[in-house]
Design a protein around this ligand. Structure first.
Ligand code: NAD
Length: 254
């Protein structure tokens, strides 16, 4: 991983847990200074305390455009112009066509797609020319999943807006890619399972009644697996890659 050559700090949202925390850890191991954003103050502090590089933390709701704009401005004032942004904050409340409320739908769009949009706005203003953005979406953006109606719609919107914004940012040499994980062993995933063992088994081996094929590689992703892909896409090794949607799901989107 060549992130040690990133020419500046990186903003990571969702840094209090799971994939965002694993990404912050991997970037810090390469010497990258970080601005960490999340609504969870305790988790954010735990992540920051575990890192060795300079970190700036901002407790904020990524759906709040004014708060995100202020957080980005504070981060740059503290650490300097950004080399990159990782939008990993996200929310998932299961729901079917029968029981998804208007509020569920609006909240998923506001946090998942709106949160990514706010980060992309921050990137436009504060990322140096030649920098990079990675937006964490989901394989549910492209693969229908039962019981994930609002989430899937919000992630499809997330992937589409990231690629459209990336087309504008390309004129400044700023690359913008989308990572679409499958089942990844984080608190978000674990919260879906009433019975962790049965849930993991269904994820791995498939569930015909849910039209899931399982995971061909035979394992859940570790958050570090997704973080490694994000760090690659941020790094100079990916300098000719932009506007891509990359499944990181062990083949589950087959
Ligand atoms: N875990 C999976 O199986 C999986 C699969 C596909 C996609 N994803 C996506 O990966 C990303 C990271 O998820 P994770 O699995 O690490 O989950 P997680 O629950 O461990 O972490 C999500 C983080 O986002 C933060 N967050 C949620 N809403 C926020 C808001 N409005 N403002 C600020 N912070 C907020 C949470 O506090 C938490 O720290 C999400 O976008 C999620 O949709 C996860």
């Amino acid at each position: 991983m060549n992130s040690s050559r990133l020419p500046g700090p990186v903003v990571v949202t969702g840094a209090a847990s799971g994939i965002g925390r694993a990404t912050a850890t991997l970037l810090a191991e390469s010497g990258v200074d970080l601005a960490l954003l999340d609504r969870d103050a305790t988790g954010l502090r735990e992540t920051a305390d575990s890192l060795t590089t300079s970190t700036h933390t901002e407790v904020c709701d990524v759906a709040d455009s004014a708060a995100v704009a202020a957080a980005f401005a504070n981060a740059v004032a503290s650490l300097g112009p950004l080399a990159g942004v990782v939008s990993a904050a996200g929310t998932l409340t299961p729901g079917t066509l029968a029981d998804t409320t208007d509020d569920d739908f609006t909240r998923h769009l506001a946090v998942n797609a709106g949160g990514a949009l706010n980060c992309l706005r921050g990137a436009r203003t504060h990322v140096r020319d030649g920098g990079a953005v990675v937006v964490v979406s989901s394989n549910a953006a492209r693969v229908p999943r039962t019981g994930m109606l609002a989430y899937a719609a919000s992630k499809a919107a997330t992937s589409a807006l990231a690629r459209s914004a990336g087309l504008e940012l390309a004129a400044r040499g700023i690359r913008c890619n989308v990572v679409e994980p499958g089942s990844t062993d984080t608190p978000m995933q674990q919260a879906l399972w009433a019975d962790a063992e049965a849930g993991a088994r269904a994820a791995l081996h498939g569930s015909p009644e849910e039209f899931r094929i399982g995971i061909p590689l035979g394992r859940l992703a570790d958050p570090a697996d997704v973080a490694a892909t994000i760090c690659f896409l941020l790094s100079p090794a990916a300098r000719h890659i932009t506007l891509q949607q990359l499944f990181v799901d062990g083949g589950a989107s087959l």
